[in-house]
Design a binder for this molecule. Structure first.
Ligand code: AMP
Ligand code: ZN
Length: 496
């Protein structure tokens, strides 16, 4: 079997960076909690899905056969933190006078559009909670059979204390059950629980509730945490490799998932590597719909939001996010996005420069050490998907390309092809960046590709000592408000 380069993953469960060894190589099973489709996704959600897009892309790049399951939450997620409040989708349906499934479809479509705009790969399976009610009832029965749940007034609750006698509730989040007891407020509907710590597996629906199904206990609906336990097990097996989500899901959602899986099967480690992405913040506060600081990707692109000085293109945002490590918080700012826009432009124009580099037979340049660059890239990604380090290595490659171009250093065709392969692999396949028309981000109409081409043609003219053509291009662009800057690293263009 092929050897895979070492990959270390920070495992939230063990709090250690561990060598990734899949259960059944070359196969990898990965489950990521998807969106609750009751409103438009905001940029914070995009960050988490981007984190796992990178994990997915890199595993594929390494040669793994990945089954990536990302669910759609279309029932069971209540407005309250705990088991209280209205179902988020039912509430939206009531307010907008729509069928709940119309709400689900509308925001699932929106989610898919956003994923496409940001060039996220589609998962292998995208199961929905409402499509797995039968399996959810089955898991509740298994948990009841093992004695870790009880019925109360038509609802079924998970018995946390009983479970904690045999397993460790809090193993993922590090929370201690005694602290939880002291911090758990008594909320609506909790009077039917034996203990405020317990959480709902099935809730009996009242007559006004829009989404409900028959079950052995009542006409009702499943608890929010259950769907992920059920769908991950169904598609990836009772044990699988990676489970991801935003770190705000660690508790209670993922802690409850672990408890449900263990409670149903008596096997305590269903997931081998738990991964949690950190939050996108605005002025240090988590971006969230409820905070009023969450803008949609559309607002971002048009610049139509109080937080935005102007519009930014999707790839600028992708690049901005990847300049931070997924496990660190990332604060949104216009200055950071503008810096990312410039950085991305430099990277993309180096790729154009590379395409036009002339090669010379028998002139392998010993100073052009592509193996070392490539090793540093693999090492960066192998160290818990460290995209900021990867990007810094890519900028070393940019410097190299630009100095080859400006100093007219000879390289041979193999060296050029190796450099192209390095960039194509890391920039496009792994980081998932795309070339885009600059007009899409800041309302300028000129096509960046055309400008890149003109700068490239001017570079060729200069190499041929055709000063007249080179000057003519500079003057013509200058009249359009575009200036060309020459530096040791090559030529770039800028709008005045
Ligand atoms: P939700 O639709 O609220 O269930 O969230 C979908 C995903 O987005 C979850 O994995 C959340 O952890 C994640 N998420 C929500 N807010 C943010 C944020 N500000 N930054 C990063 N991820 C977030
Ligand atoms: Zn989940």
């Amino acid at each position: 079997m092929a050897e895979f380069p070492p990959l270390y993953i920070q495992n939230s469960l063990t709090r250690k960076k561990e060598l990734f060894t899949p259960l059944k190589p070359p196969h990898v099973g990965m489950y990521v909690c998807g969106p609750t489709v009751y409103s438009n996704v905001h940029l914070g959600n995009v960050r988490t899905f981007l984190t796992f897009d990178i994990v997915y892309r890199y595993l594929i790049y390494l040669g793994y056969h990945v089954r990536y399951v990302r669910n759609i939450t279309d029932v069971g997620h209540l407005t309250g933190d705990s088991d209280a409040g209205e179902d988020k989708i039912s509430k939206k349906a009531r307010l907008e006078k729509l069928e709940p499934m119309e709400v689900v479809q509308k925001y699932t479509n929106d989610f898919h559009d956003v994923m496409r705009v940001f060039n996220m790969k589609s998962p292998s399976i995208e199961p929905s909670a409402t499509g797995h009610i039968v399996e959810q009832i089955g898991m509740i029965e298994a948990i009841l059979d093992r004695g870790y749940a009880y019925q109360s007034n038509g609802s079924v609750y998970f018995n946390v204390r009983k479970y904690n006698e045999d397993f460790d509730y809090g193993v993922l989040s590090g929370r201690k059950i005694d602290d939880l007891i002291n911090n758990t407020r008594s909320l609506d509907g909790q009077d039917e629980k034996n203990d405020p710590l317990d959480f709902a597996l099935w809730k009996k629906a009242d007559s006004s509730h829009l989404m409900k199904w028959p079950s052995p206990w009542s006409i009702g609906f499943p608890g929010w945490h259950l769907e992920c336990s059920v769908m991950s097990t169904k598609y990836l097996g009772p044990q699988f490799d990676i489970h991801g989500g935003g770190m705000d899901l660690k508790f209670p959602h993922h802690e409850c998932e672990i408890a449900q899986n263990a409670g149903a099967t008596a096997q305590s480690h269903s997931v081998r590597y738990w991964m949690h992405g950190n939050m996108l913040t605005v002025n240090g506060r988590k971006m969230a719909k409820s905070e009023g600081n969450g803008f949609t990707p559309e607002e971002l692109i048009t610049g139509n939001h109080a937080l935005l000085e102007r519009g930014y293109s999707p790839m600028t945002v992708r690049f901005f996010m990847l300049q931070g490590h997924y496990a660190s918080p990332l604060d949104f700012s216009n200055a950071a996005l503008q810096a990312a826009e410039k950085g991305l432009e430099r990277l993309m124009s180096a790729l154009t420069t590379l395409e036009t580099l002339p090669t010379k037979a028998n002139s392998r340049n010993p100073d052009v050490d592509i193996t070392s660059l490539s090793d540093r890239c693999i090492k960066a990604m192998g160290d818990d998907f460290n995209t900021p380090i990867l990007i810094s290595v890519l900028f070393d490659a940019v410097k190299l390309v630009n100095s080859i171009a400006s100093d007219h250093i000879a390289i041979d065709a193999t060296q050029k092809a190796d450099l192209e392969e390095l960039f194509n692999g890391y920039v496009f396949d792994i980081l998932g960046l795309m070339r885009e028309d600059k007009g899409s981000g800041n309302n300028n109409v000129e096509s960046s590709a055309l400008l890149d081409l003109l700068v490239k043609l001017r570079g060729n003219a200069k190499s041929n000592k055709d000063w007249q053509t080179a000057d003519a291009i500079r003057t013509a662009l200058g009249e359009l408000g575009i200036s060309i800057k020459d530096s040791k690293e090559g030529s770039t263009w800028e709008r005045d």
